[in-house]
Design a protein around this ligand. Structure first.
Ligand code: F6R
Length: 369
């Protein structure tokens, strides 16, 4: 049932191009418009929405962080994202014009369920993004957009994460379409790029051998840091989470701009630091800033592992290890940038003799608060 792979996680990483394509299937029509009929919240209600609030846990929370960038950029609706376990305890401000999005692979995560119940009690509409048909979270929501990742068996989430991202982009674009905001050339181009993205994920998977070799060479390290900016920041957090849960290593993700406010003190000789570099096209300010961050940490001894777009030459002099990913629009980059981090964590866990599919102390769905 592992389809020839040693672990479910390897199989599920390999299934990502299909999972992404399946989640897009039937949702973009020939004219490039979105048809999300499943989202049973009327267009007039969606036009009234004045705030989007995303609740989720763990990896799904990282998808939510990325969704915030997309929703605010494409729709100009203010968007908050919060850990489900924190959400209802701070008496959040919600009403009938708030759209709450609950993201959950299993559909059974208790913290996320309690957060959505709280939101509905305040009169907010809840849209679930979920991978498990008929599970509790979609049953208790006003509407659901299913991710079509197929069953995810490995405890560490991989293909579900990529499909959560796709679903978040679809919701963001759909909100933009319904409300007529920013529905110009940029959105059309994004939809085109999204419809080709599964091929790009496939290309990333074909180039992972050096990442595996690198991971094996770091098996006796104690700490790995991850840095990113903009949507690369949640990707850095996700890379760190995968490494913690699989390799049982101290791993932390930081917003690269925060380095100088404390974390740079952690940098020491030969400390591996993975840096997710935004596209040099588009928001080039971000790119320039992260190149200086890479220089800063390298000058202090860090061993830099740089994930950068093909054709990005500016990073080459400062990268001890360079992992190439295909060029994508900035907001979509997490779909390709996360894949090497999954492979990295999986291989490091294997090299350290850990049980990849069933890490210690973890359960696939967390049905207690
Ligand atoms: C990490 C991981 C967890 C889940 C989290 C939420 O690899 O799998 O962090 O993402 O427990 O689970 P769901 O999405 O089922 O609500």
């Amino acid at each position: 049932e592992k389809g020839g792979y040693d672990y479910f996680m390897l199989k599920e990483i390999a299934e990502q191009p299909k999972a992404v394509a399946d989640t897009l299937l039937g949702r973009i029509d020939a004219s490039g418009s979105l048809t999300l009929d499943e989202v049973r919240i009327s267009a007039s209600e969606l036009r009234e929405v004045d705030k989007v609030v995303i609740v989720a846990c763990g990896t799904a929370f990282h998808a939510g962080m990325i969704a915030k960038y997309a929703i605010e950029h494409w729709t100009r609706i203010p968007c908050e994202v919060e850990l489900a376990s924190e959400f209802r305890y701070r008496d959040p401000i919600l009403d009938g014009r708030s759209l709450v999005i609950a993201i959950s692979q299993s559909g059974e995560t208790m913290d996320t369920l309690m957060a959505l119940r709280h939101a509905r009690e305040q009169g907010s509409k809840v849209l679930a993004i979920c991978n498990t048909n008929g599970s509790t979270i979609p049953r208790e929501s006003d509407a659901v957009l299913y991710t079509h990742a197929g069953p995810e068996v490995a405890v560490a989430s991989t293909k579900a994460f990529l499909t959560q991202l796709v679903a978040c982009y679809l919701v963001a674009l759909y909100l933009g379409q319904v409300r007529g905001t920013k529905w110009g050339d940029e959105i059309g181009a994004v939809i085109r790029d999204l419809s080709h993205i599964s091929g790009e994920v496939e290309r990333v998977l074909e180039t992972m051998e050096p990442v595996r070799a690198l991971a094996r060479s770091l098996a006796d390290k104690n700490t790995v840091l991850f840095l990113g900016r903009h949507v690369g920041y949640p990707v850095a957090l996700e890379g760190a989470l995968k490494l913690k849960e699989l390799a049982y290593m101290h791993a932390e993700g930081f917003a690269a701009g925060e380095l100088k406010h404390g974390p740079i003190a952690l940098i020491e000789d030969d400390l591996p630091v993975v840096v997710v570099v935004p596209s040099p096209r588009g928001r080039s300010v971000l790119h320039d800033k992260i190149v200086s961050n890479i220089q800063e940490i390298r000058a202090r001894g860090a061993r830099t592992i740089v994930i950068a777009e093909e054709g990005d030459e500016a990073v080459v002099p400062y990268a001890d290890h360079l992992i190439r990913i295909p060029a994508t629009p900035t907001l979509l980059q997490p779909l390709v940038a996360t894949v090497p981090l999954q492979v990295f964590a999986c291989e490091l866990a294997t090299a350290r003799g850990n049980e990849v599919d069933q890490p210690r102390n973890l359960a696939k769905s967390v049905t207690v608060e």
